[in-house]
Design a protein around this ligand. Structure first.
Ligand code: BGC
Length: 471
């Protein structure tokens, strides 16, 4: 008989603890700040950038190159990077356009597999080509950031065990030294690597990208190796006198509301956003995943190895506990939110909230927003996306946040890793047959902002976006 009472009582308790909090704490949707022609500080950096593998084309010595040609085909649209958007050959035009658009900052990546196609054998012609690129940027009075590693490894390093093989570190140090010696006079900001935690999560937890493993314990060890690789690179590059840091993808993690959601949000937030950057401040890498791998590693030479931090911010994610999901979490946009073509939530205030969190956690750390953008094939949401993110950024500056600049991702369309060429991030659309670059309305808007070092007033926006109609 009692069982009949227990069931509704349990349902009531569960509802109060788990369902009701989610209903009551529905995440607030994005709010926009008014556009009043906000001015940015003198010398504020306005930029765009390219990534080596995502833009150059022809990177046939990279591990991804062979993998892309394997079955089942890894990219959603059936494409391969191939000649990509041919940035390797068209960089001069792309840089000239960025300079004409008023930009004073530019980031490129160099591709390890291109520079060192076989262990210990450097390709002088490839080094010379990158030097031409950097000289071209300098001739256009750009401040220049160079990134050294992003997901792809030389095929020879991948075959030999990637970062799990200690020899990779030996070769990495030599490669970093070569880059320092050969490019150091032309670089203002070094980034040792981009999105290292995503490499670990997708490469070792979910097994979606090389090395295609389902081995979180190995992944966590590799995270430690990457912290060490960053630290080694920092000390190798430092004598060249530049600012050395790292570019990192931060997502704004928000709990869906109940105590279990809050618990898994905290776990995910630490692993995704904070474990690695914290280690580069403190010299200690601590990873603790409930029911999963743990690591507590002392890395004294990593302490204080961020002269600057590149922040990639794209979206907020609402995180829910789900016992059936991988890692026990469901992550996604807030209900009813505006989305990009990739289903990412458009949440400009998140950039503000994230940078405030960064400032609290790493007081005084110079920040550059190295990536912010969206996949928007029709360029319909992009103009407001840019304006809204920048007005929140302006508020941060007004509050004294040490922000050096902002770089829209990306100047042109690019290979969006597993999503192939379907997502369109570029201010300039690339015709994949002719490789021709076509200006979007957002490119005109960004030109206005960078050239004038200010946001438009609301009354100016329509004319900037559509000058022909206005004229
Ligand atoms: C990565 C880019 C990528 C972008 C959008 C960034 O953090 O650096 O490679 O295209 O995210 O996914």
């Amino acid at each position: 008989m009692e069982i009949l009472y227990i069931i509704p009582v349990l349902a009531l308790v569960a509802g109060t603890l788990f369902w009701l909090p989610r209903r009551l704490r529905r995440p607030q949707l994005a709010t926009a700040l008014p556009l009043t022609g906000q001015t940015f500080p003198d010398g504020f950096l306005w930029g765009t950038g390219e990534d080596a593998y995502q833009h150059e084309g022809g990177n046939e010595h990279a591990d991804w190159y062979a993998w892309e040609r394997s079955e089942p085909h890894p990219f959603a649209d059936g494409s391969v990077a191939g000649r990509c958007v041919d940035f390797w050959n068209r960089y001069e035009d792309d840089f000239a356009r960025a300079a004409a658009d008023g930009q004073n900052f530019h980031r490129i990546g160099v591709e390890w597999s291109r520079l060192e196609p076989a262990p210990g054998i450097y390709d002088d012609a490839a080094f010379a080509h990158y030097r031409l690129m950097l000289e071209s940027l300098k001739a256009k009075s750009m401040r220049v950031a160079v990134n050294l590693w992003h997901f792809t490894l030389p095929a020879w390093a991948a075959t030999a065990g990637a970062w799990e093989n200690p020899q990779t570190m030996v070769r990495w140090e030599a490669y970093v030294g070569e880059c320092g010696r050969r490019f150091g006079d032309l670089v203002d900001y070094w980034s040792t690597m981009i999105d290292a935690q995503i490499y670990v999560l997708r490469g070792y937890f979910t097994g979606e990208i090389p090395p295609l493993k389902h081995d979180p314990a190995a992944g966590v060890r590799v995270l430690g190796t990457l912290a060490h690789a960053h630290a080694r690179a920092y000390h190798i590059l430092k004598p060249f006198g530049d600012q050395v840091g790292m570019i990192y993808f931060f997502s704004l993690c928000q709990s869906a509301g109940n105590p279990l959601d809050a618990f898994v949000t905290d776990q995910f937030d630490r692993l995704f956003n904070w474990n690695l950057p914290d280690a580069l401040r403190t010299g200690r890498l601590r990873v603790a995943i409930a029911g999963g791998p743990r690591l507590d590693q002392s890395l004294p030479e990593a302490a204080g190895t961020l002269d600057w931090l590149g922040v990639n911010y794209y979206y907020r994610e609402i995180i829910r506990f789900n016992p059936r999901a991988q890692g026990l979490v469901d992550r996604g946009p807030a209900p009813g939110a505006a989305l990009t073509d990739m289903g990412w939530e458009i949440y400009p205030e998140g950039l503000y909230r994230l940078c405030k969190a960064l400032r609290r956690r790493y007081p005084g750390m110079p920040l550059v927003i190295t990536e912010n953008g969206l996949a928007d094939r029709g360029d319909e949401r992009r103009p407001r996306f840019i304006l809204d993110h920048l007005s929140w950024l302006h508020r941060l500056l007004a509050e004294g946040c040490p922000l050096l600049g902002y770089s829209y991702w990306a100047g042109t369309d690019n290979l969006e890793w597993l999503d192939g060429f379907v997502p369109k991030f570029g201010l300039y659309r690339v015709d994949m047959q002719t490789m021709e670059r076509r200006e979007t309305a957002s490119a005109r808007l960004y030109r206005f902002i960078a050239t004038n070092n200010r946001l438009p007033r609301e009354s100016e926006v329509a004319d900037i976006l559509n000058p022909a109609v206005a004229g």
